[in-house]
Ligand binder design. Sequence first.
Ligand SMILES: Cc1cn([C@H]2C[C@H](O)[C@@H](COP(=O)(O)OP(=O)(O)O[C@H]3O[C@@H](C)C(=O)[C@@H](O)[C@H]3O)O2)c(=O)[nH]c1=O
Length: 189
Amino acid sequence: MRSQKLAIPDVIELQPTRHADERGNFAETFRDDWFCSNIGDRRFIQENQSHTLRRGTIRGLHFQAPPAAQGKLVQCLSGAIFDVAVDIRENSATYGDCVTRILTAERGNQLWVPEGFLHGFCTLTDDTVVAYKVTAYYDRSADRGVRWNDADLGIAWPDCVEPSLLSDKDRHLPCFRKMQPYFTIGSAA
Ligand SMILES: Cc1cn([C@H]2C[C@H](O)[C@@H](COP(=O)(O)OP(=O)(O)O[C@H]3O[C@@H](C)C(=O)[C@@H](O)[C@H]3O)O2)c(=O)[nH]c1=O
């Protein structure tokens, strides 16, 4: 497994090592010991999978409020996504900044999005399957978000975005400025 810190260093891209042979390849896509030593002391307790039918669909931008805050380890199992993490830690030097990464099933790369970040993605292919492990259980009452195209965030979404391909919930999310502060660096996740 290789890791690469991105523009916001707490957001990390992971690249599992693939062992190729005449049959195809094999990769360890997650190891608890490697993750704890190299990324952070976390336990993943839920795994999610979404299948998105159409290219250009957006899911996000989401987070769960503390104490149900989730770190997410995201990967694409089929197709490709434009993945986004936005820093919402109030005392962070990169508060409001975003990191974007293309994750593809072909490459098998992953994105670690820690607690204190909004997360969302746009599908770059039809029939996209995304899987992600999370560090806290889903809690509907803690489910929060920010509108995907908030001008203050200025995320450079890909041209294929179809604003109509959005859940009702995501269409009605509040803007970034109205978001209550939930996270500070150094506070318990
Ligand atoms: C996230 C989640 C949803 N659900 C249910 C609630 C609802 O009925 C249905 C669909 O939920 P949503 O519309 O919230 O699904 P979706 O828009 O795909 O939400 C996801 O978006 C990405 C970007 C994330 O980062 C995830 O953490 C999650 O928020 O699934 C669960 O049962 N468990 C879960 O963990």
